[in-house]
Design a protein around this ligand. Sequence first.
Ligand code: ADE
Ligand code: ZN
Length: 338
Amino acid sequence: MERFITNMPKTELHLHLEGSLEPEMMFRLAKRNNIELPFPSVEALRDAYNFNNLQEFLDLYYQGADVLQTEQDFYDLTWAYLQRCKAENVMHIEPFFDPQTHTDRGIPFDIPITGILRALEDGQVRLGISYKLIMCFLRHLSEESAFETLRQATPYRNQLTAVGLDSSEKGNPPEKFSRVFEAAREMGLLTVAHAGEEGPAQYIWDALDLLGVSRVDHGVRAIEDPILMQRLIDESIALTVCPLSNLKLCVFRRMEDHNILDMLDRGIKVTVNSDDPAYFGGYVNANYLALEKALGMTKQQAIKLAANSIEFSFASETRKARLLSELQLFARQHQCEL
Ligand code: ADE
Ligand code: ZN
């Protein structure tokens, strides 16, 4: 099964670039930028990656991002992720980045975005990995700060595909950002949002109705609301689910309790993603593999999940057709259907 998953063509639609910062790189960049980390070693840092909830993770994640200072740092971070994608047969990616994590500590807006875009362009040319970049607003910050971030992004409008919403979900409902999302849509950007990860199913309704999202990030708590489930099915709204993340952040107690395959079988357009792989113990293939191990995911289910990851991406219709035909070929070789 491991080889099957590795060879299967797929995309990744829910990945925070700052969450792909491996401890080894964190130490390397800290040294390069003369920053002292509050951990004595890579091992001690990894040992700290035990979280009871989203906030405990976010506290460490924002602290870790402090080592990212220069355009080259953001290039190196993104390039390392692209190389993982190449090794895992991830052919298209739609990574998130959080500009406010950097602008709030005095890094100019242009630094992260230019480093990231330069690496993504190189990845397209040298590795054949297509991309669409998504800029997230941090929902624990104010609406005003989100508007300021959108203003700073204006010169990069054509390099961005969508805006998203991440960080502390509870107590920061979608409604807080309805106006800034409306402004983003008026600029022609698509929208996505984290909803129903720790927060209630109502936040998924609100992400759809108040933020006009094309996809919901996480969304696993939709299962608590049958009317919402029917809406997601009727309107073919994809969920970007992150199994290892959900386990590490205690959204589910055990992987055996995860609802992704149940949702898949009920006709919800779920996809598999890694969220913050450096913190949660694995990239996208490890997430597929965890589903096989804990839930007995079949090859047919894996192919359906990969097909969703292509179909509900923001790639061009031509690119999607190309990726689907590669997946089709792979499926036939394994006596599966798309
Ligand atoms: N930022 C990075 N990872 C996140 C997650 N899983 N939920 C909310 N915000 C995040
Ligand atoms: Zn996320």
